[in-house]
Ligand binder design. Structure first.
Ligand SMILES: Cc1cc2nc3c(=O)[nH]c(=O)nc-3n(C[C@H](O)[C@H](O)[C@H](O)COP(=O)(O)O)c2cc1C
Length: 398
């Protein structure tokens, strides 16, 4: 008997709706499964380069671009990588007694668990919604010093300070003096162990190229960006506008003299490549220097920081502590930097990529990977403590 037309249509509608519901549920479950798998994917990363590749896959392209950004054609960054990979070779030692390798070290007279620290970098919420708080948690769990970028953080400082690990405070000297005075005079009470002042950022060229990209992206493909990347930042309303309006290009060594008066904490001048500047930093009261080209983000064809390190260590001659960053991607690179005289190293992008891939646990995993590689490499060189590391482990390095 033929089905009446009305019943047929009812049947068709019910079947279609049911199929739609089933399909939707299936797709939702598939999406959830994929998201779950993606969340754990970082656990399979064996190198920091694999973290970077995974972050590129997981992050929205314009967000990844901001982290990955290099000035010009990226020659400086590439030269830094080449210097670690091709110019510096390690000569291992055989049959040495290395049952107990320690990577504990001393920085400004205090003992820390490792010579691996997190460099100041901006806008961690591009990588993860918990932003700088997640980074600070990861650093705490990995027992590494975290440098909090006060100006370009969009997470409140008090939340970051709830995490227990040791911290340095990063400042821009372009920050209006009334604010700088307040944050520096309170830094010690808040528990920071040192101040890192950027010295290689005379004008806002990079920001001027990057901010419009964010503006455009937030209008079109990334509405979340407007929520998590509010400009100006949460710490200080209007500071971004103020700092670009009057003082861009006018920060000088006199600013180091001024900030010295505001705190008893050690001052670290970051972004030094020239031995002349290293000498000036000491004359103006710096207690530490970061030999850095800002991850190759400032001026293209600047030399690799690791190549400049030795000259600066020689000029400094033990008067202040010398650190280095840019292009460090393995524990082996850390060992090479320490062999050339760095007291400790700063890690930039790999931490952000770890954050993008796995939140605070991703940060912890990246840092622990570096620590484990350093420990293993020291054992291969017959070294059991950081103070035993010197140029002798570098093959034919004069
Ligand atoms: C996204 C991003 C933002 C950064 N922001 C700052 C900053 O505000 N001040 C600063 O002195 N350095 C900044 N840096 C540079 C880092 O402190 C560090 O010098 C550099 O990242 C080290 O190179 P690496 O990324 O190869 O490890 C930034 C780096 C990145 C990747």
């Amino acid at each position: 008997m033929p089905i009446p037309q009305k019943q047929f249509y009812v049947c068709l509608v019910v079947t279609t709706v049911a199929s739609f519901v089933v399909l939707r549920r299936y797709l939702q479950q598939k999406k959830k499964k994929l998201e779950k798998e993606q969340k754990k994917a970082y656990l399979k990363c064996k190198t920091l380069f694999e973290f970077e590749a995974l972050a590129k896959q997981l992050m929205k392209p314009h967000r990844f671009y901001y982290y990955d950004y290099k000035a010009g054609q990226g020659h400086t960054f590439q030269a830094s990588r080449d210097y670690y990979d091709k110019q510096l070779k390690i000569l291992p030692r055989a049959l040495m007694h290395v049952t107990d390798v320690s990577i504990k070290t001393t920085i400004f007279g205090s003992t820390y668990e490792s010579p691996i620290m997190i460099a100041p970098s901006a806008f961690h919420r591009l990588a993860h919604n918990d932003g700088e708080v997640a980074t600070a948690r990861g650093a705490t769990e990995a027992d590494c010093i975290y440098t909090y970028n006060w100006l370009y953080s969009t997470m409140p400082e008090e939340e970051v300070l709830k995490t227990a690990g040791p911290k340095f405070l990063h400042v821009y000297l372009t920050t209006p003096s009334e604010f700088l005075e307040k944050i520096l005079s309170e830094a010690e009470i808040k528990g920071y162990r040192a101040i890192v002042a950027t010295c290689d950022h005379p004008t806002d060229r990079v920001r001027n190229t990057v901010v419009p990209i964010f503006d455009e992206a937030s209008k079109t493909v990334d509405h979340d960006l407007t929520q998590c990347m509010c400009m100006p930042n949460m710490n200080l309303k209007d500071v971004v506008n103020k700092s670009t309006s009057g003082v861009s290009g006018s920060v000088t060594w006199a600013h180091i003299d001024s900030i010295k008066k505001l705190t008893q904490l050690p001052i670290i001048c970051k972004g030094i490549l020239s031995p002349i500047d290293a000498q000036l930093a000491i004359e103006h009261g710096a207690n530490g220097i970061v030999v850095s080209n800002h991850g190759g983000r400032q001026i293209d064809t600047a030399p690799p920081a690791i190549e400049c390190l030795e000259d600066i260590v020689n000029v400094v001659n033990g008067r202040v502590e010398v650190f280095v960053d840019t292009g460090i991607r393995s524990g082996t690179d850390v060992l090479k930097a320490l062999a050339l005289g760095a007291r400790a190293v700063f890690i930039g992008r790999p931490v952000l990529f770890g954050l993008a891939c796995g939140g605070s646990d991703g940060v912890k995993t990246v840092l622990n990977m570096l620590k484990q590689e350093l420990t293993y490499d020291m054992a291969c060189c017959g070294l059991t403590s950081i103070d035993q590391i010197n140029k002798d482990i570098l093959y034919k390095h004069t």
